[in-house]
Structures are given as structure tokens and as C-alpha cells.
Design a binder for this molecule. Sequence first.
Ligand code: NIG
Ligand code: FE
Length: 411
Amino acid sequence: MNRHVWHSARLCPTGDSTYTINNAALAIEADSIVWLGNTAELPEPFARWPSTDLQERWITPGLIDCHTHLIYGGQRANEFARRLAGVSYETIAREGGGILATMRSTREADEDTLFMQAAERLSTLLMEGVTAIEIKSGYGLDLVNERKMLTVARRLAAVYPISVYTTFLGAHALPPEFANRSDDYITYLLNDVLPPLADEGLIDAVDVFREKIAFTPAQCERIFEAATKRHLPVKAHAEQLSHLGGAALVARYGGLSADHLEWLTDADCKSMANAGTVAVLLPTAFYFVRESKLPPIERLRQYGVPMAVATDSNPGTAPSSSLLLAMNQACTLFQLTVDEALAGVTRHAARALGAEDKHGILAVGRQADFAVWSIDSLAELAYWMGHRLCERVIRRGEEIYRRMTLPYEKK
Ligand code: NIG
Ligand code: FE
């Protein structure tokens, strides 16, 4: 049985920097935390267990990336170049580029290729301290290819030491075979795609893209109705490019999260607060498409809407595999405090996944998922850009990653 004590660390158990323990120890048995507190008070029998001196390094809960489109074929650097020349994301989408360009390369790619490409991105996140991730479908847009994407997500979870939450995003874009027949496409999703994939256990939640270039409120509602009947939680890409009521709709269905939210109104904040719906902020997408409209952070604070921060990792608007970068951008671009950014990638992100009982905080009885950081202050997590800060990742009690050079370690 795995038994280990990690001691002499600085511990931030809840992703809240106002509650930390200096000279902390964590005792792990099997996959869970059995004790945590001051190293000097470590009781028997833990004091006799194998141990590691962390020499005042910081421990945080494993980070959680609660919004990604990690699995896709190809890349869209050509569109990036066009957008820099002034062509808008919407224009490219209407021309059949954008999500549909990635749909074509995703349909063409076989399962192993998708797996290997996504695995690269996943490992990068993992080496940054991420122990749980959400992955959306939405580049297949038919039964065979949506199943292929979700199967890859489940395979990643089977092979890599990371918790994967899958989201069905069939309503991401209208595939060409349904051109000008968007209601028929929704009917197809509801009759022929969602039921088998849900029955196969491939879906943990259901997302929709509520935009002018995507789906109407009535269409999103049909999806939410069907999801709710199957007891699948819902969420939406909402108010990203314009205000269209997606967030209020999610709140009405008691959804997990509304994501993006640049155009969110006061009334939406209120509905989300009442429904307990998390606001998922995606500053990397904001940065990458050079948005100027800021999400209403102060309002979200006032109404007490929990804010999560995620990468949105995708080939069109956020070709990123760094959650620490998203934290940095949440602070610099959206003026989140460091504490808010940290809560946003730990306990609030867990809530956005409906998994707050599993992930996001460190406490006795909880799963031992944590990261060890070579930093002096927690603010450094949001401060550095492109640095390797993560020294070790422990998931379910086992060390699954260790950075190559550990200068403090004497052999
Ligand atoms: O979260 N907005 C829709 N989905 C993605 C972009 C997908 C793409 O461009 O491939 C997003 O920004
Ligand atoms: Fe997204």
C-alpha cells in the first residue's frame, strides 16, 4: 500500500492564499489524504512512514482546466495570419473556415492520430500541475466523428494519470451536410447522436455554442431539454461575440457554467448567482482574437458568481496548453486578483465540472491530487510567463511527474 509523508512544505489547501500552513505535512495513504497539518505535530504512525522533505516548496491542489477543446486534427495558423491582416473570426467562419476547417481535418484524422496529438497537449498541461481536465467534442459534427473524439478523450483518461471530464458539443457549428437546415441538424443530434453516445457512457455534460454564427436560443433549449431528461448537466459558450442570452438560458437550466461572457449583463450575473452557475473566464481566447470588450468582472464579484479560469485550448481562438498563462492573462487582462485566479483553477473550476467533492481542495479524506512548485510566493503562479514552475505532480497519491533537475536534491 502506498504510504508517504510530504513534509516541510508551504501548503495552500483550498486555493485561497489567505489560508496557508507553513511547515506543513501531508500524509498520504493509497490515493487519499489521511492527515495534514504542521510538520512538528505530525502524529504517529505517520512520523514513521517514508517521507520527502520539500524544503519549503509550495503545495497547491492539482490544477483543473475546466474548458478545453483539446482533441482536434490539424491547426489553423493560416487563419491567424488572415486575422492579423484584419479579417474577422466571424467572416472566416462564414466562409467555411474556422470550426468547419477543423471539422474537416478532424474527420480526416484517424483515432490514433487524434490521440497522439491531443496527448502532446495533455502532457504539457500535466507537467504544469493540471490533474483534471474537461475535454469537449464538437469538431466531428456527426455520429461517427463525435464518437471518435469522445472515445479519444476516454482513451486519454485510461492512459494518462489525469481525470478527464467529457462534454458533448455537437451544437458547435452547422456541418455542410445540413447547410441552411439548422433545425434539422439539432433534430439529428437529438435523435441519432446524443442518445447512443450517452448510452455508451461517453458524455459527462452537454455544451452548446450560442452565437449568431452558431445556434439560436430555441435550438439551444432543445439540446438542454434533451440533456436534462438524461440527467446530463449543461453549459454554454455564451455572450462571447455578442449578447444573446446564452448565460441566462444556462442559469434557467441550473447549468454548471456559462463560458466566455464578454457581453454578459447585470441581469445575467444575477441569474447565474441565483442558479449557482460558474462563470468560466477564457482570457487566452480574449487575447488571441484581440477582443476589446471585457467581461464584467466587478459585477460578477458583486453578485458573488464563482469565477473559474480555463485555457479554452483550441486551434482557432486559443492554441495554448498553459493554464498558468491563462491565470496570468486573467490577472493582466481581466484584473482578477491572484487569489481569484488561483481559486479559478482550483475550487471554482472543480465546481464548473460538477466535481467539487472530488477535486480542487486538499483535506483529510480527499483524493491526494496536488502540485509542488518552485516558487517563494503564491503570486508567482500568476506572475511568471512561460517558466517551468512545477516540480512534482502527485495524483491519487502517486508521484506522476517530476521535473528533471531538482537543484535541492542531494544524491
Ligand atoms: O471556445 N467559440 C467556439 N468555440 C471555440 C473556438 C473554436 C474554434 O475556433 O475552433 C472557443 O472559442
Ligand atoms: Fe471554447
